[in-house]
Design a binder for this molecule. Structure first.
Ligand code: MG
Length: 170
């Protein structure tokens, strides 16, 4: 693999770990807000982001390149209303989508076909991530951000299933 392509993949590894960190911080905040379902949902999301990071990590290893880990920024999550968290999550996922697309452009430019194939999975995954976050924001707007509506959404969020194990999703 070309050095600057490896560097770009390493950058994406950091992005995915950073995503995990952000969602874990949101989970902590939701616990404090007495919303156990949303806390569980965010914790699950954090777990999924670790799997994303490891997909890129393992890809480098299999290609004979060395993953290089860098510092992860401290997550700043100071939301007061649940909907703010999911709006931030959506904005963050849009940022990740842009990163994945930029990486894909690079893979095409450098004719790294294996990286392009790996990124197809991530391109699809990002469509799902944005769709999911948008759906939750819509539910919160529709069913209400307080009282019984929020109680019901929180319970629904708590029923999120764990991500399929590595390989099963593909
Ligand atoms: Mg991700």
């Amino acid at each position: 693999m070309k050095a600057h392509v490896i560097e770009a993949v390493n950058g994406q590894i950091r992005e995915e770990f950073e995503s995990s960190y952000i969602y874990l911080a949101m989970s902590a905040r939701f616990t404090t807000m007495n919303l156990p379902g949303a806390a569980a949902w965010m914790r699950q999301q954090a777990q999924e982001e670790l799997l994303h990071a490891m997909k890129f990590f393992d890809f480098l290893v299999r290609r004979g390149a060395e993953p290089r880990l860098s510092a992860i920024a401290q997550p700043v999550v100071t939301f007061e209303r649940p909907i703010e968290a999911f709006e931030k999550a959506l904005a963050h996922e849009r940022h990740i989508t842009a990163c994945i697309h930029a990486l894909y452009d690079l893979a095409q430019k450098e004719r790294d076909y294996a990286l392009q194939t790996l990124l197809h999975w991530f391109i699809d995954e990002q469509v799902e991530e944005e769709e999911t976050a948008t759906g939750i924001i819509d539910s919160l707007r529709l069913a209400g951000e307080t009282g019984q509506g929020l109680f019901m959404i929180d319970r629904e969020l708590g029923q999120r299933q764990a991500a399929p194990a590595e390989g099963e999703a593909e």
